[in-house]
Design a binder for this molecule. Structure first.
Ligand SMILES: [Zn+2]
Length: 451
């Protein structure tokens, strides 16, 4: 049992009251936060908190780590490979061609590259939706990150799947649960692609399995008005109503809807009532020129909103500071209301709300008893001075490269900008080589998107 003291640090707790402790101490014991407060804890009262390691946090802010609410981490391999295209051509002509050549090794190295980038930017947990999730689970184990993993399935025939299909993914989930990992850092959820690709009978089966086995669901829903029109024509219901009628939104392990850009008031009410988490990924929407409304109506209705990078093929990075800032700027701009997403709300969306969406309910704040998923951010930089408002500087001025140290579950994943768990030099070499080779091999379009 290692005890770490982080001292003389400005603590942004993101607790219910939004407490900030200037020059305080956090004690981490056994992966949990054992003390938060000003000065030093009284060791005579808590002899079991004597430090094995003391970190001087002067010139740093300590905050809960980020949770990436929606991504496709192995798509680092397609970063910069499908530029300046509309969504349908980006998907049909590029993504679904590259994936025809995808191997489990590609997934693993792509996820490793993503893990390096995410840790460097203060992300402690990611909500992944892609193929060969057994390999991404291996990367989560190796890196020490938290992860909620959805093995993407289409339900339109074996020739369109990447991997073993739905039944095969269920075996993987059962094996992961058997090892007890779903109680710890790695969770598995069901990953149907979307109601615009998956047939209703397949989605109904996914919902049944979720309810039988107590699992969560993570899928894409209502990304455009065209998808709404298609859903009305095919199923007589809007996408949200359609997946709700099939039983997906009240999956017992929680439901994460990626995007949800084309929602009416009824859709919004359903998402709020069902406690669905909506992952908002504004950089993808802007880059692919996808119209999207402000978050105001969803937030006012009580929908749980978290933030995601989406895949690096459409973002093109895994930077939650950038996502947070773009979210705030677009929201203020679209609503013409500079008071929208005020104060520490953006930080809460990127940390607490994301942790809840991924099912890590003890993460996302700095409080006694919470999981020690923490990041230190450098304040000794020109863009972080002066210090009128620490939270405003963190939301509007801080950058991923300002993160100096990252801890998950009480274990250091980065110390002084050096990764502790991953061999970064080897990963950059392997990922570069394999990514170039993969897109060369991609020959045919696995599936077709039609709106
Ligand atoms: Zn996505």
């Amino acid at each position: 049992m290692t005890v770490v003291h982080i001292r003389n640090v400005d603590i942004v707790t993101l607790d219910a009251a939004g407490t900030i402790v200037p020059g305080g101490t956090v004690v981490v014991r056994d992966g949990q936060i054992a003390y938060v407060g000003p000065g030093h804890p009284d060791m005579s009262l808590a002899p079991d908190q004597a430090a094995d390691e003391v970190v001087d946090g002067r010139g740093r802010a300590l905050l809960p780590g980020f949770f990436n609410g929606h991504c496709h981490s192995p798509m680092t391999f397609e970063r910069g490979w499908a530029e300046d295209l509309p969504f349908d051509r980006w998907l049909n002509e590029k993504m679904w061609v590259a994936e025809s050549a995808l191997t489990p090794d590609d997934v693993e190295w792509g996820a490793r590259l993503a893990a390096c980038e995410m840790i460097r930017g203060g992300i402690v947990g990611f909500n992944d939706h892609y193929f060969h999730m057994d390999r991404v689970a291996a990367v989560a184990r190796e890196s020490g990150m938290r992860a909620a993993l959805a093995w993407c399935v289409f339900g339109i025939g074996a020739q369109s799947e990447v991997g073993p299909g739905f039944e095969g993914t269920l075996e993987w989930i059962a094996a992961l649960n058997e090892h007890g990992e779903s109680q710890g850092r790695i969770r598995a959820v069901l990953g149907p692609h979307s109601p615009y690709v998956c047939p209703p009978e397949f989605l109904r089966r996914v919902a049944e399995v979720a309810h039988e086995r107590g699992l969560g669901v993570h899928l894409h829903v209502a990304e455009s008005e065209e998808q709404v029109a298609q859903s009305l024509a095919r199923h007589g219901r809007r996408p949200v109503q359609h997946v709700d009628a099939l039983g997906l939104l009240d999956a017992p392990g929680g439901c994460v809807v990626a995007h949800g850009l084309a929602l009416d008031a009824d859709d919004t009410a359903v998402l709020a009532t069902r406690g669905v988490h909506v992952a908002h990924c504004p950089i993808t929407y802007m880059k692919l020129a996808m119209p999207f409304p402000p978050l105001a109506a969803r937030l006012d209705a009580g929908v749980r909103v978290c933030l995601g990078t989406d895949g690096p093929a459409s973002n093109s990075d895994l930077d939650m500071f950038a996502v947070m800032r773009q979210t705030v700027l677009m929201e203020k701009y679209q609503t013409r209301d500079p008071a929208r997403l005020a104060g520490d709300m953006p930080l809460r969306m990127a940390t607490r709300n994301g942790a809840a969406a991924l099912g890590f309910l003890r993460s996302g704040s700095i409080e006694v008893g919470a999981a020690a998923d923490l990041i230190l951010v450098n304040l000794d930089a020109p863009h972080m001075r002066p210090r009128h408002d620490l939270v405003a500087n963190l939301v509007h001025a801080a950058k991923a490269a300002d993160v100096t140290d990252v801890m998950v579950d009480g274990r250091w994943l980065m110390r002084g900008r050096t990764l502790c768990t991953l061999d970064e030099e080897r990963i950059l070499y392997e990922a570069e080589r394999r990514a170039l080779d993969m897109v060369r091999r991609g020959q045919h379009q696995l599936r077709t998107y039609r709106s």
